[in-house]
Design a protein around this ligand. Structure first.
Ligand SMILES: [Zn+2]
Length: 183
């Protein structure tokens, strides 16, 4: 598996976004809002996610931290009548440290969360998933040969005995991280 440092991941993310929305890479700053500053639409976001997933052999989560957290907390404790609760706000602030905390204030609506995402948000998630991926055995424990990426999946597999070394789901990884941040 190719190891990428943070600078490389940042450049790949900015370049991918620039390609999808057809602007110069210099215009895509790490802390620009994808929605408000760069005019990224949902279809662009899907296109972008697909390219990033191919590049890094990972699967990005399709939902924001509030919905990820609702696999553990009661949904009503995080959002009520379309508004994010105080617990939800504190959870977002901790789980998206790249955002200006002033953007995450009581009164924020649930549908507004994804509009706050920045290239830095995508970089953070990619780096976390790559970190977990690097902890999967890089050599087959039976054959001692290097494992390879399993085509079309984020898993690794042994080219010799075909044993699969699965990559945990992004939503499970991030939910455990949020639980740790909130405890
Ligand atoms: Zn093997």
């Amino acid at each position: 598996m190719k190891i990428r440092n943070q600078e490389e991941v940042e450049l790949i993310v900015r370049t991918t976004i620039a390609e999808v929305i057809e602007v110069d890479v210099e215009e895509v700053e790490l802390n620009s809002s994808l929605y408000a500053d760069l005019g990224v639409e949902s279809l662009d976001l899907l296109d972008m996610s697909y390219r990033v997933e191919q590049e890094f052999q990972i699967v990005l989560p399709r939902i924001d931290p509030l919905y990820i957290a609702s696999g553990f907390w009661e949904k009503e404790d995080l959002m009520k009548d379309g508004l994010i609760t105080d617990l939800g706000i504190s959870l977002l602030r901790k789980s998206m440290p790249e955002l200006d905390p002033n953007l995450l204030k009581p009164g924020l609506k649930v549908y507004e969360v994804h509009r706050l995402f920045t290239p830095a948000s995508i970089v953070r998630v990619i780096l976390r998933l790559l970190e977990v991926k690097s902890q999967i055995p890089q050599e087959c424990t039976d054959c001692n040969v290097p494992n390879e990426s399993a085509k079309g999946t984020p898993d690794l597999h042994c080219p010799n005995c075909e044993k699969v070394y699965p990559m945990p789901l992004a939503t499970d990884i991030l939910m455990e991280d949020i639980k740790a941040l909130m405890s």
